[in-house]
Design a protein around this ligand. Structure first.
Ligand SMILES: [Zn+2]
Ligand SMILES: [Zn+2]
Length: 411
């Protein structure tokens, strides 16, 4: 092999490399001895020059790099060195062994240049897809000890609590039930260096789930136990929110997940109240926001202020809200969804992107809801349109009653 390499380097020194035609050959300076021969009448092609490198700019998948293939004085291809600009060095970092192996396996410099171009193209591709690189590298790092150990740990967790999201054990789903038999999932991603590095965990909880006290003796059953304990902390929150979900018309979110602490509940006359519950103080007065016609929601705000002293933190949220607002929430048992989700009077739809019709005409016989965006566009087109600071004035498209709309940033 070494002999082949040697002959190749000297047989075609001036030829461009087929894989990198832009690289130019460089020659070592002629020796004094070679000059002496030339001066004595010898051929100038025998000046004793030796091909020492190829260097120049190469374009790989649209990215340009400075590349230099330094050829060893030993003339063995196996001793050649790949050098380049910092970007190229960075690209090849971690692949030094691959480069060395390909140099060894190539029959000549030209063959190696094709190998090198192929490798660089793959690396540029991977660099453009960082997620894919991470995935490939992570997969590569998993050892058979990793699989043996993780499977043993899953045995201890109990397979009835486990489902595998893929066959590389990189995403494992734990399922646990809380005191009320509500089902909760935890996605566990063991680190390739498990258990030296703790796994990554993702769960739909009102507060982030973090693994505590992880050390090299910890296992996935510790994670499962800590997840079950974490569920305990939110029982009262989920009890109170489940009661609201079952007994009122929740307009938003449409399908609440277990990490969601807000609810917008329908009230009469196309109005609604949105509450934001603090998961650390479930029974405290939640943040409340009222949506609807002023003639409906102003009295609700007043009632809340007047009755707040009656808020009793031993009672569930729904009971307290009913008392301080002095309202009966429309219930799915007696009122249809169509009655509480009245479409916008302009576009005749309910959902418009992220917004719902929450601007409501104050006319007692009208109470028509509109999307803010629809209403503003409508009012701007009227001859009676007036704007003062952040309030616009016009007439209800439904009953012609004068309306004033405060411009609020779209939610
Ligand atoms: Zn609309
Ligand atoms: Zn109206």
């Amino acid at each position: 092999m070494a002999t082949d390499n040697r002959s190749q380097l000297h047989c075609a020194p001036a030829l461009a490399l087929a894989a990198f035609p832009t690289l130019l050959p460089e020659y070592s300076a002629p020796t004094h001895e070679a000059f002496a021969i030339a001066l004595a009448g010898g051929s100038t092609t025998d000046l004793g020059q030796a091909l020492s490198a190829y260097s120049g700019i190469v374009s790989i998948k649209g990215r340009e790099f400075r590349l230099r293939l330094e050829l060893s004085a030993s003339t063995r291809l196996a001793d050649a060195v790949v050098e380049g600009c910092p970007a190229l060095v960075q690209l090849l970092s971690g692949c030094e062994d691959v480069v060395a192996q390909r140099i060894k396996q190539s029959v000549d410099l030209n063959a190696f240049s094709f190998e090198l171009r192929d490798l660089l193209e793959r690396l540029v591709d991977a660099a453009d897809r960082p997620a894919a690189t991470g995935y490939v590298l992570q997969q590569g790092l998993r050892s058979s000890e990793f699989y043996t150990r993780v499977i043993e740990e899953l045995d201890a967790v109990g397979w009835h609590n486990v489902s595998l999201e893929d066959d590389t054990l990189s995403n494992i789903r734990f399922t646990a039930r809380d005191d009320r038999q509500r089902e909760h999932s935890l996605i566990v991603q063991p680190h390739p260096q498990h258990p030296a590095v703790p796994p990554t965990c993702v769960a739909a909880l009102p507060e982030p789930f973090r693994i505590l006290r992880w050390n090299s003796a910890s296992s996935l059953s510790n994670v499962f136990q800590q997840f079950q304990q974490a569920l305990q902390r939110f029982q009262q929150l989920w009890d109170d929110l489940d009661e609201i979900d079952a007994n009122t018309w929740v307009l938003e979110p449409e399908r609440p997940t277990r990490d969601c602490c807000h609810r917008r509940m329908a009230l009469e006359h196309n109005s609604s109240v949105q509450i934001l519950v603090n998961p650390k103080a479930v029974r405290a007065v939640p943040e409340c926001r009222f949506l609807g016609a002023d003639s409906i929601v102003n009295p609700l705000r007043d009632a809340m202020n007047d009755n707040i002293s009656q808020w009793d933190e031993t009672k569930p949220l729904l009971a307290n809200l009913g008392i301080v607002l002095n309202v009966q929430f429309p219930s799915p048992a007696t009122v249809s969804r169509e009655e509480v989700t009245v479409a916008c009077g302009i576009c005749y739809s309910y959902d418009l992107g992220d917004s719902v019709p929450d601007k409501v005409c104050d006319g007692p016989k009208c109470r028509q809801p509109f999307h803010q965006a629809c209403l503003i566009e409508w009012l701007r087109g009227l001859p009676s349109f007036q704007q003062s600071f952040n309030t616009i004035f016009g007439e209800c498209p439904n009953c012609s009653k004068p309306m004033a709309i405060k411009l609020m940033p779209a939610r």
